[in-house]
Design a binder for this molecule. Structure first.
Ligand SMILES: CC(C)(COP(=O)(O)OP(=O)(O)OC[C@H]1O[C@@H](n2cnc3c(N)ncnc32)[C@H](O)[C@@H]1OP(=O)(O)O)[C@@H](O)C(=O)NCCC(=O)NCCS
Length: 167
């Protein structure tokens, strides 16, 4: 079941993202402030997937990503940044994968963005093949690639994806 995330869910979400990081290396760059990463000032809404009492997945919709991502998405869609919604922080418990949980969370964030007149976009580290397959299977198209500096001369390549036109 997918429902809106509450404050009380945040410790479980933090625990889950630690497990995902150890397994998959997501997020590509471990945040200095994990709570702010999950629940930062640009968050519009966030959801969890639950199985019984357990949080098994998470996704958020944000008003913005990095300037490079927003600029590329604006150029490709022709929409200003305040008409875009950034799907982010998608991660699923290893034991609950390939059961449609990621798809359900993605659909939820996408629907919320559209109902708030924001076209869904996202950025994904180029090595996250499972997520890229998921997005492409659900009709998202690759708009291009951006490279972020993440400190100490290290960079992270990300693809920017744009959801299909709404119905
Ligand atoms: C990517 C991720 C969110 C997918 O979640 P999920 O709940 O397993 O996704 P779904 O069950 O909805 O998968 C839907 C489709 O996506 C594709 N897919 C998902 N995982 C895949 C994988 N490991 N390999 C290939 N295709 C995959 C398949 O087409 C799948 O359909 P199928 O199972 O019928 O073949 C999950 O693997 C995850 O949390 N990964 C680590 C974190 C991450 O990379 N997040 C994305 C950040 S941008």
């Amino acid at each position: 079941m997918v429902r809106l995330r509450t404050e009380a869910d945040l410790p479980a979400c933090e625990q889950l993202i630690r497990v995902v990081y150890d397994l998959d290396g997501y997020p590509g760059h471990w945040p200095r402030d994990l709570r702010a990463f999950l629940d930062g000032p640009t968050a519009l809404a966030a959801w969890v997937a639950v199985s019984g009492d357990d949080v098994v997945g998470h996704v958020a919709l944000q008003a913005e990503s990095t300037a490079a991502v927003m600029n590329l998405a604006t150029a490709v869609t022709g929409l200003p940044p305040d008409r875009l919604g950034v799907v982010a922080r998608l991660f699923i418990s290893p034991a609950s994968r390939r059961q449609g949980v990621g798809s359900a969370l993605l659909d939820t964030a996408e629907a919320y963005a559209r109902s708030h007149h924001r076209h869904p976009i996202l950025d994904v580290v180029t090595r996250f093949g499972a997520a890229i397959t998921l997005y492409e299977r659900r009709g998202w198209t690759r708009a291009g690639m951006v490279t972020h500096g993440i400190g100490d001369g290290v960079t992270l390549d990300e693809f920017v994806y744009v959801a299909a036109a709404g119905t």
